[in-house]
Design a protein around this ligand. Structure first.
Ligand code: ZN
Ligand code: ZN
Length: 366
């Protein structure tokens, strides 16, 4: 289970902290609580994990925005690889960090450089690209947590070359364009600019005999079916993050993430305001006068409400617990029915006469 503690509190930073502040705060906590510095100290290990989880979210701009908007519920995905950036998958957390954050740096400052940097040879593992998908829901769909299967196309490892991108496993050779440097220099006026080599994309090596199926990318687009867990109470337009269900990474790198936008169709009966629903309740004039029990529509069939005698137009009748479940607490909101008194337009003659008698009785001459 992922922690439900506030990520900003865990790192001890304000909500408007800069990326730099977040890095600094995390660096401090990671050094203090790292398990290797506190052997057997479960509390320290827990703190280290919490800080890492908080960092993995807040350091990623897109994830931070989701967190600011929806809190932990934005990340409450289950299924394979569950927990997202939750516990257990440290390699996952750190490989997904990117963004110029040098974790090796922390390790070397803690352990005096015990953890060696990865050798610069060999193909670079990069995280796969993120995918965006849409799911359309009816209002009734958000009453209970649902698992929905969606179909999408995503990059998978090429079957023919096993992801190496190389035909018949002939491997790679030094890039002839940059001579293996991974970068090329161009001179513009006074400046010499170094840019990643366009031929090898900065890797310094190119595949000598590219796989014909994937043209050397090592990836192939395939149809996939993914189960997305949609927590009860989601809002229209809400974005869900399904960690690690994006495109496959390059050279065995981790998968990207899947972002699912939820579209909730407008309901014909109810207007939704967060967890409450609003509807009009049309009643006849005699019903307004005499009151009594009446059937009303809810999201789950008909329910009875009691109308008090002499109810006025605009009065709101509240049906508790019939609204939308709160995404955090699960507690359901209410349905509010606004009383609208129907004024009849094509009355039969007898009814008209009765009404005229009534008007006369109250001194309102027609
Ligand atoms: Zn090159
Ligand atoms: Zn291939």
């Amino acid at each position: 289970m992922a922690t439900e503690k506030d990520y900003y509190e865990i790192l001890g930073i304000p909500k408007n902290a800069s990326v730099d502040d977040i890095k600094k705060a995390y660096r401090k906590l990671a050094m203090m609580h790292h398990p290797d510095r506190n052997p057997g100290d479960k509390a320290a290990e827990e703190k280290f994990k919490e800080a890492s989880e908080a960092y993995s979210v807040l350091a990623d701009n897109q994830k931070r925005q989701l967190y600011d908007q929806y809190g932990h519920s934005a990340f409450s995905q289950g299924g394979p690889g569950a927990g997202g950036f939750g516990r257990g998958g440290f390699e996952d957390i750190f490989s997904g960090m990117g963004g110029g954050f040098d974790f090796d740096d922390i390790f070397s400052s803690i352990f005096g450089g015990k953890r060696s940097r990865k050798a610069d040879t060999g193909p670079r593992r990069t995280k796969g690209r993120d995918i965006r998908a849409d799911i359309n829901l009816e209002l009734n769909d958000v009453l209970k947590t649902k698992k929905i299967r969606i179909k999408l196309k995503r990059d998978e490892v090429c079957d023919v070359c096993g992801g190496s991108g190389s035909q018949g496993n002939t491997g790679s050779k030094v890039c002839p364009t940059c001579g293996g440097a991974g970068a090329v220099r161009t001179t513009q006026g006074f400046f010499t600019i170094q840019t990643p080599c366009p031929a090898c994309h900065g890797e310094g090596r190119v595949i000598s005999n590219p796989c014909k199926t994937c043209r050397g990318t090592g990836m192939a687009e395939k149809d996939s079916e993914i189960t997305v867990r949609i927590p009860a109470g989601v809002q229209d337009g809400q974005m869900l993050l399904v960690s690690g269900e994006g495109n496959v990474g390059k050279n065995g790198g981790p998968r990207g993430d899947l972002y699912v936008k939820l579209n909730i169709r407008n309901n014909t009966l109810f207007e939704r305001h967060t967890d409450d629903l609003f509807a009009k309740l049309r009643i006849s004039y005699p019903r307004a006068v005499f009151g009594g029990s009446m059937e009303v529509d809810t999201l789950e069939g008909k329910k009875k409400v009691n109308i008090s005698a002499g109810v006025q137009p605009g009065h709101r009748i509240q049906l508790n617990g019939e609204g939308i479940p709160n995404i955090d607490t699960g507690r359901r909101g209410s349905i509010y029915y606004e009383v609208v008194v129907d004024v009849p337009q094509n009355l039969p003659a007898r009814a008209k006469n009765l009404l005229k008698d009534y008007a006369e009785m109250i001194g309102d001459k027609m």
